[in-house]
Write a protein that binds this ligand. Sequence first.
Ligand SMILES: Cc1cn([C@H]2C[C@H](O)[C@@H](COP(=O)(O)OP(=O)(O)OP(=O)(O)O)O2)c(=O)[nH]c1=O
Length: 244
Amino acid sequence: MSAGRARTGATVPTGEVGAAGASSPARTGGTGSADAAAPVADAAASVPRLVLGSASPRRLDLLAQIGVVPDAVLPAEIDETPGPGELPRDYVARMAREKAAAVARAAGDGAGLVLAADTVVFAGRRILGKPADAAEAAAFLYLLSGRRHRVATAVCLLCPDGARARLVETRVRMKRLSDAEISAYLRSGEWRGKAGGYAIQGIAGAFVSEIIGSYTAVVGLPLAETAALLAGNGYPLRFEGPAA
Ligand SMILES: Cc1cn([C@H]2C[C@H](O)[C@@H](COP(=O)(O)OP(=O)(O)OP(=O)(O)O)O2)c(=O)[nH]c1=O
């Protein structure tokens, strides 16, 4: 959520995976034998097209974790500037909605389902988006050090008959960080592109002493809520997961 940052990018079909449906359990019949061809085709016909409106590799990875492979990935180009006095929960919900709407417009007719999400760290009313530079990342880390904060992730699924949304909030406590730890972390570069300037799934996992809520929401996509949204709107989930 760095202010005013627009994203660029063209439609990136998930290519072989999406086209062949090879690793999407929603699109596979499971046997791969010639005899199973007809049932596989029938199953595929009933699965709506899914477009992920995101440039975040983490969101794609999290979907893959539950065996969902979007047919296309189209980053949203929107203005991410918070409105004057806009509260964190309102802001994150608006961002997810606007990302999904922008991607649906770009994808045109036949987009099917469009999924988008937005994550912010917040402390009180203060929104900590993606730091613009190392100085801002340092300011965020000093602010979060030794304190509890919240992470809000909004998910929006655009369906042909309207939008469905979920807001997931997680409480995170960070241990007190020394100057040396913050300097080293800044040098790692991990803070780049991460709300609040840290990544719980990375080195900063060592800074988090407590989490109450959804770990996957902090990483960028709450899987329980996303799976429920997809399953409730005609996108079957088989929970077979990626091949071991
Ligand atoms: C707090 C935290 C955030 N993040 C990430 C999740 C999001 O990708 C990012 C917040 O920025 P977002 O604007 O939510 O997402 P994005 O710009 O990365 O991708 P998109 O194209 O979908 O808009 O911070 C982590 O990876 N780990 C963490 O611990």
